[in-house]
Design a protein around this ligand. Structure first.
Ligand code: AMP
Ligand code: MG
Length: 309
């Protein structure tokens, strides 16, 4: 992993030439390109096979770098001071003279921004004179990648460089909050809404019935491409069975998310487990009921979408 620090220079050369580079973050791996360039950002859509109407998150090193691109407000400052760098994405008003490529926002007047925590990615961002547009490094609608090898599995050698940051610490995508008008949670993620409410002194809730402007909001997403049944007590004999906690008696069809029901651990293992099951060529998946609190809410959100094939 350490040696990838030397790859940062290589990444910069490729990014300066408008190529895509996969980057590690604490949530999931990203497929990054120069957010100010039409040519570079178009490459992301092509590689991911992502429809153009789906806007991208832009990654910055620090606040000073984004004030030419979007308007910040008090709520932003409060949340930034508490959680950043970290797994929180802000949707803000785009400034008229911002240099952000129109492909990033699909022509919208808002911009999603984030300050990722990975040491390697922060070093890379610091070395660039543009921010990085970076959606998750997976083919559209498929499972997000949480290791360098996952990214390889998704794209083969179509990407010139994947920076290795080890396994993503959190393993689930960022929470997205819009601060354009009244604060609104657009996607459940790695930061619980209760923590956000504490900082903003609000009582925000997540509503499933929202306009689809966020790709992670579309019903069909995060999918292993295999039918999934949720809240299952007893699986069928040929189903891969995902359990919240390891059982005493091992069955080769069983995949457990935690040793002791820690939901953060479960979040971290979710995508890894789905990939493993896919590789083993199971034809269907059953999942035990996951407690719907804390990170369990985000896990259930992803499972619900993954189950809608
Ligand atoms: P991913 O593609 O997994 O990186 O997810 C990034 C999410 O950010 C997607 O769900 C995007 O649709 C969402 N996003 C990006 N820009 C905006 C924006 N301006 N308003 C709302 N959501 C956005
Ligand atoms: Mg994604």
């Amino acid at each position: 992993m350490k040696k990838d620090l030397s790859n940062i220079k290589k990444a910069k050369v490729l990014l300066d030439k408008k190529h895509c580079v996969a980057i590690p973050t604490e949530t999931v791996y990203g497929l990054a390109a120069n957010a100010y360039s039409d040519e570079a950002t178009l490459r992301i859509f092509k590689l991911k096979r992502r429809p153009k109407f789906n806007p991208l998150i832009v990654h910055y090193f620090k606040v000073k770098d984004l004030i030419d691109d979007c308007e910040i407000n008090n709520n932003f400052k409060k949340l930034y001071n508490r959680f950043c760098p970290g797994p929180l994405t802000f949707v803000l008003k785009l400034k008229k003279n911002s240099k952000i490529s129109r492909h990033v926002t699909n022509g919208a007047k808002t911009l999603a921004v984030r300050f990722p925590k990975s040491f390697i990615t922060r070093n890379l961002l610091r070395s660039l004179n543009y921010p990085l547009a970076a959606p998750s490094a997976n083919i559209y609608t498929q499972i997000s990648a949480v290791t360098k090898n996952d990214v390889k599995d998704e794209f083969g050698n179509k990407i010139k460089l994947i920076l290795d940051g080890g396994r993503s610490k959190l393993g689930l995508e960022s929470t997205i909050i819009s601060l354009v008008e009244k604060p609104e949670i657009l996607r459940l993620g790695a930061i619980g809404i209760n923590k956000i409410n504490k900082v903003l002194k609000t009582n925000l809730k997540y509503s499933k019935k929202k306009k689809i402007i966020v790709s992670g909001q579309s019903k069909f997403h995060y999918s292993p491409g295999i039918p999934i049944r949720l809240n299952v007590k007893k699986p069928f004999y040929d189903e891969a069975f995902i359990l919240i906690q390891k059982r005493k008696y091992f069955d080769k069809n069983h995949f457990y998310l935690t040793k002791n029901r820690n939901l953060n651990e479960a979040g971290k293992k979710l995508y890894k487990t789905l990939r493993e099951i896919k590789k083993l060529k199971f034809k269907r998946i059953a999942v035990q009921k996951i407690p719907n609190k804390g990170m369990g809410q985000t896990i259930n959100d992803r499972l619900r979408r993954a189950s809608k094939i």
